[in-house]
Design a protein around this ligand. Structure first.
Ligand SMILES: Cc1cc2nc3c(=O)[nH]c(=O)nc-3n(C[C@H](O)[C@H](O)[C@H](O)COP(=O)(O)OP(=O)(O)OC[C@H]3O[C@@H](n4cnc5c(N)ncnc54)[C@H](O)[C@@H]3O)c2cc1C
Length: 473
């Protein structure tokens, strides 16, 4: 049995993100699995998906035997490194869900995502997790004519599905500028359905909460195979230090899914990278606004995202890091100087007063992307295997919805959650290499190019429209 960890391990975990660096107390891995065990539910991966699932299951039935298996430590993955947007964003658009499942299903999915923000607030309060949760909404600014047109389309789409001003509204330039003092603001959309939080404090607090509820959490325990059950044979997880037999095995490995046997082409790991400034003074915030700790972005194609942290920093991130051949994941990919420098330039372009501010932290991590960009949760009763993920970059709240949905599915409870359109969705597999590498990196290039064209010419890029059609958005 492995217990504890060295100070080198602690230093490694602290460099995972601004949030990990700010955690109180020593970071010591919990004991690894040291024997073959038998449980009711085995969960592979202790990020938000695994942790919310354990929490929902045990809240529903405290007698369940639940084991979590984590190859590093709880919150090591995207869950402890993200932008801290606990938002109602869902990877597939409302329009697409309406097209494929009908308008009622699209409305139900959106309402479920919106109410999830309050469900997270409730869990955090009940479990006493101090993660600096503040529900201030999201401001997405428009900084050129193409972005204005896209922002107004978003509002029109929301209205056509029956969502009102309380869900999404357009702010004219004076109001937008008053709420966020960024350069070039022509207007903004505002939704109240988002909270800013510290994701590592949430993940670490949740890990303690699920242990209090009775779950066994084995860290430094890598699942090497998930073996489906068949007939009377129950599914099994093989790990480096023992095996776990269970009635149900939940796969909650998101960006790492491709490393499991048989899953190489189900989700690709795409990297999102972030930077954080030093704590900024009152005079900066007097101009920059974000007084309600609204999370913020703009309407460009290549996603950027920011939050004003509880200690007065700007934590700011974006996509754009390359996809690595054969879905490779390596610690070295968390930091790409070119991408981190581009993020700093973008942040200074938005807030020129930051040109002398020190960037104290740079980091990144892999998120999981399904071929059709459609997140899913489900269970296969024949094999006893369940899964959730493929959130692209919107997993903080979606994983909470997944956890509650998995609890209903595992316990065989009929509920509104198990009828949502993402339940049981199967994405087709990604192409084999080298097509996957060529296609994804060409897509990233096209997205960057489309933003440049829109900045120069002001009108929506035809390349971006073609990309959207290709991805079925
Ligand atoms: C830089 C960045 C910024 C982001 N910003 C946001 C944001 O602001 N808002 C938002 O909603 N989403 C954001 N996301 C996405 C969000 O963080 C994820 O969708 C979410 O955390 C996924 O949670 P998860 O538990 O499914 O996956 P993860 O947190 O990645 O957890 C998977 C876990 O499985 C473990 N694991 C993997 N393989 C094995 C194995 N074989 N055996 C045992 N354990 C294994 C890993 O170590 C990891 O701890 C961001 C992601 C990144 C990388």
């Amino acid at each position: 049995m492995t217990v504890g960890g060295s100070s080198a391990d602690e230093a490694r975990y602290r460099t995972l993100s601004l949030w990990w660096d700010g955690l109180d107390g020593p970071i010591r891995p919990r004991p690894a699995l040291g024997a073959d065990i038998d449980v009711d539910v085995a969960i592979v991966g202790a990020g938000f998906t695994g942790l919310w699932t354990a929490q929902s299951l045990l809240a529903a039935d405290p007698s369940l035997r639940v084991a979590l298996l984590e190859r590093e430590v709880a919150g090591f993955g995207a869950s402890g490194r993200n932008g801290g947007w606990c938002s109602a964003l869902f990877a597939a658009s409302d329009a697409r869900i309406a097209r494929e499942h009908g308008a009622d299903a699209a409305r139900a999915m959106r309402r479920a995502m919106q109410s999830t923000i309050d469900e997270v607030a409730n869990t955090v309060a009940v479990e006493g997790i101090d993660c600096w949760f503040v529900k201030g909404g999201t401001l997405v600014v428009a900084r050129n004519a193409a972005q204005v047109s896209r922002a107004k389309d978003d509002v029109a789409d929301a209205r056509s599905l029956g969502f009102g001003e309380d869900d999404l509204r357009w702010l004219e330039r004076p109001e937008a500028e008053q709420r966020i003092g960024a350069t070039g603001v022509l207007g903004a959309t505002f939704t109240p359905h988002c909270a800013a939080l510290d994701p590592a404090r949430l993940a670490r607090g949740l890990a303690e909460a699920v242990e209090r509820l009775g779950a066994s959490l084995y860290e430094r325990t890598t699942a090497t195979a998930i073996v489906p059950g068949h007939g009377s044979e129950r599914p099994l997880v093989r790990t480096t230090t023992g095996s776990v037999r269970a009635d149900v095995v939940v796969r909650a490995t998101e960006g790492w899914t491709a490393t499991l046997p048989g899953q190489r082409r189900s989700l690709v790991p795409l990297y999102s990278l972030m930077i954080a400034t030093e704590p900024l003074g009152e005079s900066f915030w007097a101009d920059a606004g974000l007084a309600g700790r609204e999370t913020f972005s703009d309407h460009r194609h290549l996603i950027i995202y920011g939050q004003r942290t509880a200690d007065g920093r700007l934590a700011f991130g974006g996509r754009g890091a390359p996809y690595h051949f054969s879905s490779a994941i390596e610690p070295g990919f968390d930091r790409v100087p070119r991408v981190h420098a581009a993020l700093r330039d973008t942040l200074i372009e938005l807030f020129p007063a930051l040109s002398d501010a020190t960037i104290t932290h740079t980091w990144g991590g892999p998120l999981g992307v399904p071929r059709d960009w459609f997140s899913s949760v489900g269970i296969d009763r024949g094999s006893g295997l369940a899964w959730a993920g493929g959130y692209v970059g919107d997993g903080v709240a979606t994983s909470h919805l997944a956890g509650r949905t998995l609890a209903d599915l595992v316990l065989g409870r009929d509920s509104e959650l198990v009828r949502l359109p993402w339940v049981g969705h199967r994405s087709r597999r990604w192409e084999p290499e080298p097509l996957r590498w060529l296609g994804i990196n060409a897509g990233l290039w096209a997205t960057r190019t489309a933003d440049g064209t829109e900045r120069r010419r002001g009108r929506p890029s035809r390349l971006a429209a073609r990309m959207d059609r290709l991805l079925g958005h």
